[in-house]
Design a binder for this molecule. Structure first.
Ligand code: ADP
Ligand code: ZN
Length: 515
């Protein structure tokens, strides 16, 4: 019990809290008992205390390995303000600065030493003079090429356990699926690490996915119901953030663009203004949000499809930290998938990236509870449907779509599988645009066979046919649509196809092009 009391008094004295959050106390006890731990806790869950508090109670120094040099200074400043002696070592410091820090370490004036994995070799003088009490590895998913944020320098961290076999290691991350977790434990040589996986369920977040057509119009009608609330719109590109911000500003919204192309100071100012509620809407690339601690973000919109579930989860997770109901809206566009595939293919571990994108797409295409799918990605099983996602609120209605499918499949065949989705739809609807006329498609037998189905509905039907395996996108041939063997059963044997009623987003003239 003495130890327990000591835990609470340290928590109170240095951090000002009376109670531990779920799992913190168990984790801290495991660390103090000298065992290894793997902690998977959502951003904002309170991971830092799991190594900062033991650092204060153990003899020797606690090494904190962290990839984000930019955030290290803030973390260290924060600790020092709380009366906890901490410092960081990185390559931008002079040798003299390093020595000043090493001297303080030697004389026990420092409890926590932050270091990037690249800079570990600087610490030899520390290792030879000072006892290490604990090694914390933050953002541990960076070690794994299965993770979404692989950093080669993390892969050398395996030596730590060999070098300090008696010292407990605590690896922490907010995002790691099962494969990544196993990989972390393996690579760090901590096979017996106790795993602490806190629930990823953020039940106060509503999850909604809508087709990515007329996005600006959808956003403004969404915002009409969210006056004077803080929110973030994530876009894929810098240009995207500026375009969305400018359009919103023109409509009188209090919005601003944020991306890595802005100066350091400008970014800091925007962050402060957002935190102080002086700016309501941030249109940002994923560069925004790391280290942001704002509890009353009421909504998050993804203008573009994120490239993986980890990123998506982290970004929507910035909403509703105060536990109050908050909304998230994801626009799902076929054009985004095509673009993200191209990015992924250029990546060195393209196979992993493509598989992750595929999971993201499956989530966006889901016809069953989205939260179940999201949580299952992180290895968590939700017993009941959540009731707080668009699918739960509006379950899809199926209908016999055999004739629609036959029209689409036959059209793709008649176009000799040489056209992408847009042209296929234009032919089905009998459009008279330049592409159609210049290629003489008005003479194709399936030309204009279904003008009564709107452009966006056709788009959704075709995407359903792709997802059901009747149609394939030839990504290496200009994204042309091709029919599969399965399609032949529908065309020639009349095999029934079940389609779901499309989602309506008030189609207008401008929805003719998937933007
Ligand atoms: P993470 O590293 O998991 O993203 P942090 O360690 O930065 O999260 O903690 C997020 C916030 O929660 C911080 O403001 C922190 O002070 C606060 N916090 C952590 N533990 C507790 C606790 N036991 N009681 C109250 N607040 C806590
Ligand atoms: Zn649901």
């Amino acid at each position: 019990m003495v130890k327990n009391e000591q835990l609470y008094s340290t928590l109170k004295t240095y951090f000002g809290y009376d109670r531990f959050r779920p799992l913190q106390e168990e984790i801290i006890t495991n660390v103090l008992d000298g065992h290894d731990s793997l902690v998977i806790m959502p951003t904002g869950g309170g991971k830092s205390i799991c190594y900062q508090l033991p650092a204060l109670m153990l003899t020797g120094i606690t090494l904190v390995i962290s990839p984000l040099i930019a955030l290290m200074k803030d973390q260290v400043d924060g600790l020092n303000t709380n009366g906890i002696n901490a410092a960081f070592i990185n390559s931008s410091q002079s040798e003299a600065e390093h020595h000043t820090i090493f001297d303080k370490v030697k004389s026990n004036e420092i409890k926590l030493l932050y270091v990037a994995p690249e800079s570990l070799s600087y610490l030899e003088p520390v290792f030879s003079t000072t006892k290490v009490g604990l090694i914390a590895i933050d953002e541990a998913h960076c070690i794994s090429s299965w993770g979404h944020d692989f950093r080669p320098a993390y892969q050398q961290l395996g030596f730590l356990k060999n070098r300090f076999p008696e010292i407990p290691i605590i690896a922490l991350t907010a995002t790691a699926d099962k494969a990544t977790r196993d990989d972390i434990v393996n690579q760090l040589s901590i096979p017996n690490a106790k795993k602490y996986i806190s629930s990823f369920d953020r039940s106060n977040l509503n999850l909604t996915v809508k087709p990515g057509v007329d996005r600006m119009q959808q956003i403004t009608s969404f915002l009409a119901g969210h006056e004077s609330e803080s929110g973030i719109i994530y876009c894929l590109s810098r240009k995207g953030t500026e375009m969305v911000a400018n359009k919103l500003i023109k409509e009188g919204f209090n919005a601003i663009a944020y991306h890595a192309g802005l100066g350091h100071e400008e970014r800091a100012t925007i962050q402060d203004q957002f935190i102080n509620d002086e700016i309501e809407i941030i249109c940002a690339t994923i560069a925004f949000g790391m280290g942001i601690d704002k509890s009353n973000i009421r909504w998050v919109i993804h203008y573009n499809l994120p490239k993986n579930m980890e990123g998506y989860y982290q970004e929507i997770g910035r909403a509703g930290r105060d536990g109050l109901p908050s909304e998230t809206l994801l626009f799902h566009s076929y054009a985004d998938v095509v673009q993200l595939r191209q990015f992924a293919e250029k990546n060195s571990n393209s196979e992993v990236q493509l598989a992750k994108l595929e999971r993201m797409k499956q989530y966006a295409d889901a016809l069953s509870c989205r939260r179940k799918i999201l949580l299952s990605y992180f290895g968590e099983y939700l017993e009941k449907d959540c009731g707080n996602c668009d699918v739960c609120k509006n379950p899809p209605t199926f209908f016999n779509g055999t004739i629609i499918a036959q029209k689409a499949l036959s059209c793709i065949t008649r176009l000799k599988e040489q056209e992408p989705i847009g042209t296929v739809i234009d032919v089905l609807r009998g459009s008279k645009n330049n592409t159609i006329l210049s290629k003489g498609y008005e003479h194709v037998k399936t030309y204009g066979i279904a003008p009564e189905i709107s452009w966006t509905h056709w788009q959704q039907y075709l995407i359903q046919l792709i997802n059901m395996g009747y149609v394939e996108i030839a990504f290496h041939e200009k994204n042309n649509l091709k029919v599969t063997n399965l399609a032949k059963e529908v065309l020639f044997k009349g095999t029934h196809v079940r389609l779901t009623q499309p989602t309506d987003v008030k189609p207008t003239e401008s929805t003719k092009q998937p933007s």
